[in-house]
Design a protein around this ligand. Sequence first.
Ligand code: APR
Length: 309
Amino acid sequence: MALKKVTIVGAGHVGATCAYNIANRRLADVVLVDILEGVPQGKALDMTEATPLTGGDCKITGTNNYIDTQDSDIVVITAGLARKPGMSRDDLLFKNVAIVGSVVEEIVKYSPDAILILVTNPLDAMVWVAEQKSGFPRERIMGMAGVLDSARFQSFIAMELGVSQENTHAFVLGGHGDTMVPLSRYSTVAGVPITELMTSEQVARIEDRTRNGGAEIVKLLGTGSAYYAPGEAVAEMTEAILLDKKKILPVAAKLQGEYGVDGLFVGVPAVLGAAGMERVFEIELTEQEQVEFDNSVAHVRELVKKLES
Ligand code: APR
């Protein structure tokens, strides 16, 4: 049986890491696209040369030509500029809108049935741009943010309590930015909510660190932003879709009345399977959580308004 095909647009730090992780999980043949000549080809060849050591027979191809992306099952868009120290994700807005818009036009031409996963920041705005340009139904457009933010939250929980990362589970809602809402009540260690295992000061501290998780890495690196955890988060979403796992993962999904929001892409838990974002998974929020969620939604709405004007 032919393998599925995943295209990654943008062969930079995040794109290349996504490609490598997807191939290493043996999920699909991978096509890496970039405007830079030689870079996607060189990285794809390097990854191919690792395959005899890592195993698997996924083909990894680098290209500057969208014709090679034809009939992709999933397209991951990482093309764009990354943050520099002191820049917020929103500072990237207008530069990356133009890039993502042109990429989506090309993708739609060659893969009209693909599922799109947006990664470029500011994420909540980029999924909106992708929807406008593609006209795809909501099942086939989503943004990667929540899986990454939750993984960061999980890491901080494990560090704080000195337990295995594998025992942790975490939940994050809302936009991918400073207004994201880590849901500690639903974040657990071996099934026990962290609110029962830590003081409220500890919880508040790691929630805050989660909100600023991206900025912490940007500051340390000095140039560029995170890519190992983002690359793994994309592979996790890709796996849930290609293996039709019906896995509940937090993604930026278009809400149509769920959580009291209509017509905006916001981070919520959703069921990922062969059809893409198959269903928004609704949970009850406390009054305080709903206030924080609404605040996050308001921020996403402001971003989109900037694009509409
Ligand atoms: N088409 C294809 N590729 C493009 C285009 C385009 N129109 N414009 C830029 N690129 C490519 C660049 O040539 C570069 O190789 O996108 C790549 C971006 O890579 P990096 O600069 O290494 O950035 P990266 O760290 O991968 O981040 C990419 O993901 O997490 C987000 O905030 C991050 O928006 C940023 C994106």
